[in-house]
Design a protein around this ligand. Structure first.
Ligand code: GLA
Length: 723
């Protein structure tokens, strides 16, 4: 038998060599990018090119001849081989052998929505381990999405300690990495550094609220630091709502490998026979400047990834900052009337509506007990959805279904459903613990919460799904001896719940929230229409936070609310900042003057009217708050007949030199009327150019004098094509 297997393996390796002899080339292309892979003489698969698209097919052949036999850029680098740098995959086999060498077996491609999918099978020549590499190239958006699938037929489970989504290589003179890090209320602060020999790792071990300290995306300047409109830039992001790790390793020859992956920290994964381990999707684009790359991703997301990516969004009034936990039915009904008065589409009831034995009157109790609190809401949610209907607004509801307070009936009943150590004192993050979503019973329970809420209250039109704690006390009572699977199976359990929800309630929009922007990735956004960028709604901070997130996400995925954070900024300034994204309010109208309320109404109706431009148009970041005391962004509608320019004077210096803002993305030959909108009642535009008509060419080359030396001053300018 042993002899037979050896003969088979030899035959297989001869077959592989003959494929290699044919110089198998796999070309993965968009309209502007080529990723070219080639089987070398040794039968293994190497990356030979990643960059601007090659114009001539003959050059692809020339490249193949030049690079034939090239070693060192193995597409899915194995371990225990001649490559001395970070591998894509590491497996401990049943016999304890830690090496994996992968050989090309076959590849195929087929059309998928928006693009072409290529699947490449690799196989170890000594162990029954397969890896299938998947690539989907989206030509029009210049985006490539790639992930891998590892499976085996060894007798017992194998242990995986590396499982990259993919590997990409670059050979440039220098590399500059921009990361997006921070903390609660200071998400996605951008910082850049040059990469030199060795590894730079961006990772998180937070589990559930995984992106609290750093977000799952980056910019990479190839040859020069990232700039907005020139230079080669790679923008990459991993669709994984859990521990992720990006490794950037510069080797002895000055080449860079980029490895996006689930973080293998405390996650040696026991993989059963014939069960594929599917890695998260890594999504990337190569562009000239970061602006173009962001537009690529934004358009791709709206077209193919984001839930309801092409539909309009609902403006809303939330009660969180207005009432916190202190509300009752009467108060909420009053707020619904305020929502109607503002002209928003929806009222969103936040935390604090549930729990009876342990009422949710603060953040110390009640999570897990999803029954209406009788003292606050004696007539239940149905009375609220009815009242919302009477006020002609939709009704949305906050939930945090993956969590439990130790002070809850759920914890009393099912301590075994909770991630915590059997033999240590528990520690808490926001007084709560995380449910063990690796356990199918818990998945059913979490799905059941929402299912029941929707069955009992079919008029619930929206959920805000929160997740305020990282995984703490990291032990799964369910997984027992397979604790290495916990971080990964938790996330997969979450996806199972979300998928089921999507299948059974496909039309319910949901906000992804995690104590602010602690969850913000493109896998979750298959199930969520939008995410909450940050609990920090100070408009000055928001200018930076929204600027950061806009590198990856379209405006319609980013929730921005007007609140009382930073009262030194006018209500107009606060609203103008929120109007750049998905607009909402979290403020009591009693806090506002009549003029301010009238202003907000006007801003809401303008935002609703301009949704096709702001939510679905192309976004151009014009003036950076990181480089100046101002900020400017313009959006251009698909047909270039309308545009909106947002400008902010943040903290300008005295008599600072002010430059005109040059717009981008307009049709140079069309003529646009410039009109300042969102003006406070009783004020008029101070713009000299207000009401005038200019060509797109003029607006893009000469620009408009829109900045001022006034602190916390903002302008919204609408541009409309004149026939
Ligand atoms: C988190 C969210 C807030 C709010 C609170 C409620 O912090 O980010 O918007 O919903 O939870 O407890």
């Amino acid at each position: 038998m042993k002899h037979f297997i050896l003969t088979l393996l030899c035959l297989l390796s001869v077959a592989l060599k003959s494929v290699a002899g044919e110089q198998k080339i796999i070309r993965i292309s968009t309209n502007q990018i080529d990723l070219i892979l080639q089987v070398a003489d040794n039968g293994r698969l190497y990356q030979t090119y990643l960059g601007d698209k090659l114009l001539h097919e003959t050059d692809v052949k020339a490249l193949a001849d030049n690079k034939a036999g090239q070693q060192g850029w193995e597409v899915y680098s194995g371990s225990g081989n001649e490559d001395y740098f970070e591998p894509a995959i590491a497996v401990t086999h049943n016999d304890g052998n830690p090496s994996t060498w992968l050989y090309y077996v076959s590849s195929s491609s087929h059309a998928v929505e928006g693009g072409v999918q290529t699947d490449i099978t690799l196989r170890d020549n000594r162990y029954p381990v397969d890896v299938v590499l998947h690539y989907v190239a989206y030509p029009a958006e210049n985006v490539i999405k790639t992930w891998s699938e590892i499976s085996h037929r060894e007798k017992k489970p194998i242990s995986l300690s590396r499982y990259a989504s993919t590997m990409l290589y670059f050979c440039r003179s220098a590399y500059y990495l921009t990361e997006f890090s921070g903390d609660w209320a200071k998400e996605v602060q951008m910082s850049s550094q040059q990469l030199h020999y060795g590894k730079k790792i961006i990772d998180t071990k937070l589990g559930s609220r995984s992106a609290m300290h750093v977000s799952p995306f980056f910019l990479l300047g190839l040859g020069e630091p990232v700039s907005e409109s020139e230079g080669d830039v790679l923008i990459g992001t991993l669709g994984w709502t859990g521990n992720f790790r990006f490794t950037f390793e510069v080797d002895n020859l000055g080449n860079l490998r980029v490895i996006p992956a689930i973080n293998p920290y405390a996650s040696s994964y026991e993989l059963e026979k014939d069960v594929p381990f599917i890695t998260p999707e890594f999504i990337f684009t190569l562009s000239k400047g970061a602006g173009e790359g962001s537009r690529n991703l934004q358009e791709w997301a709206r077209n193919y990834q984001l839930k309801e990516g092409k539909s309009p969004r609902m403006s809303l009034l939330n009660n969180w900052e207005n009432t916190y936990f202190d509300f009752n039915q009467e108060k909420l009904v009053g707020l619904m009337k305020e929502a109607k008065d503002l002209g928003v589409d929806m009222f969103l009831l936040d935390d604090g509506w549930f729990g009876n034995k342990y009422p949710r009157n603060n953040d110390q109790a009640g999570l897990g007990d999803w029954d209406e609190n009788q003292a606050k809401l004696p007539d239940g949610l149905s009375a609220l959805t009815k009242a919302a209907g009477e006020s002609c607004v939709k009704f949305g509801l906050w939930i945090e279904p993956e969590m439990v307070n130790p002070k809850s009936e759920l914890f009393e009943k099912h301590p075994e459903w909770v991630i915590h150590y059997p033999n240590r004192d528990a520690y808490y993050f926001r007084n709560q613990l995380v449910l063990d979503l690796s356990n199918p019973e818990v998945q059913d329970y979490v799905y059941g919460i929402i299912d029941r809420l929707l069955k009992e209250n079919p008029d619930i039109a929206y959920f805000k799904w929160d997740c305020n704690s990282p995984i703490t006390n990291i032990y799964s009572p369910y997984l027992k001896t397979k604790q290495g699977n916990l971080y990964i199976d938790f996330v997969r359990g979450l996806y199972r719940v979300l998928k089921r929800l999507q299948e059974n309630y496909p039309d319910i929009p949901m906000m992804l929230c995690s104590g602010g922007g602690g969850r913000c990735d493109y896998e979750a956004l298959k199930y969520f229409t939008e995410f909450w960028c940050s609990d920090n709604t100070d408009p000055v901070e928001r200018i930076f936070i929204q600027w950061g997130f806009s590198h990856i996400f379209p405006a319609k995925a980013m929730c921005a609310h007007v609140t009382n954070w930073n009262r030194s900024a006018s209500v107009k300034f606060r609203t103008d900042v929120a109007s750049m994204c998905k607009l909402g309010f979290d403020i009591g109208l009693k806090d506002l003057t009549d003029d301010e309320i009238a202003y907000c109404r006007l801003a809401v109706s303008n935002w609703e009217r301009l949704q096709p431009v702001i939510m679905d148009g192309e976004q151009y970041r014009l003036v950076s708050p990181y480089e100046t005391n101002h900020m400017a962004v313009n959006y251009v509608g698909k047909d270039k007949r309308a545009a909106v320019l947002f400008v902010y004077d943040i903290y300008p210096r005295y008599q600072e030199k002010l430059l005109p803002v040059k717009l981008q993305g307009l049709d140079p030959d069309k003529r646009y009327k410039v009109e300042e909108i969102n003006l406070m009642p009783g004020t008029s535009s101070g713009l000299r150019t207000n009401g005038k008509v200019f060509s797109g060419d003029y607006l893009m080359k000469v620009g408009l004098d829109v900045f001022e030396c006034r602190q916390l001053h903002s302008r919204v300018i609408e541009l409309t094509v004149q026939e």
